[in-house]
Ligand binder design. Sequence first.
Ligand code: MN
Length: 345
Amino acid sequence: MKPGCDTENVVTRIRELIAGADRMLIVVSDPIDPDCLGTGLALAWWLEHQGKQATLVSFRGIPPAMRSFPDAERIQEADAATFEFDPYQLVFLVDGSSWGQFFGSGWPDVLQRIDTARIISLDHHQPEEIYAAVQDRCLTVQTSCTAQVLYEYFIEPDGIRPPAHVADYMYQALLYDARMFKNEMHPGEYAFAETLIALGADHDRAVDTNYDKREMDFFVWAAQHTEYVDDIGVTLLTIDSQRADELTRIFGREYADWMRLYKETFQRQIKGYHYGIILKDNLDGTVRLNWRTRNFGRHLSIAEVARTVGFKAGGHRNAGGGVYSGTIAEARKQLIGAMRRALHA
Ligand SMILES: [Mn+2]
């Protein structure tokens, strides 16, 4: 939470809303990862445990690499533009801070069809537009993962023991978002892990990371196309329209689904290169920014630097995303220029 915000009041408000409702919709965020899936599934269990009906939906679709997540088939894939929200008394947004992460680029129209008084947000990113819009129903705590927020503020205080399969959802969420405890350490993170193990989470399965062959192929392609910007310690992968064509030929239109291995094991892992940046032409006049910043040492906040040159940026301090309106050449020039000024100031 931001200093000064009363977490307890938010939790109380959310509990009141749940008590007065029967049918809940849980929307998982984009990017679809083990945290939004695991937290969404654990939240559904917790609501059902209280006699409520819970429906899980993704408006982004479940990418192939995530379909093996336990019980992922419970999550419906739907089109936000035509989805019928009226039957649901509450709409939970899990593990995201901006509307587009839940409702896609057409989010303003989708929001027109939802009573925002029914929206509840559980998150661990830096507070953004959702927080600004639904402050008294947005529980955002900057901790290891959204699963830890759900557990510490709702499940644990209830004094209930989730079954092993639910502990497993949350353990997978934790290990993924914490990058096996390689990311910054948040209070209670190891204690949460220990609790989940005691509840029966399957550690061997959670650490038995398997990559799709296409993730490895993308990694090889990306490593070969990465530039090293030596004077500012940046590894930079740009995907312009020509490279997007090439990637589409190799991997299909959803080639971005196969970036996980590169993001996890290349960005911010090269000695002397503290920032891993991807700029991708969205082919609609905007450019997607993704960054990873080394946790050890004192480094720039990419979000702050990017905002000074017109990017919209958010997420976590050391792992996030953003968007720039303009060409990829401009986005690159602006971002690299701003980083250079900040680092050489
Ligand atoms: Mn997360």
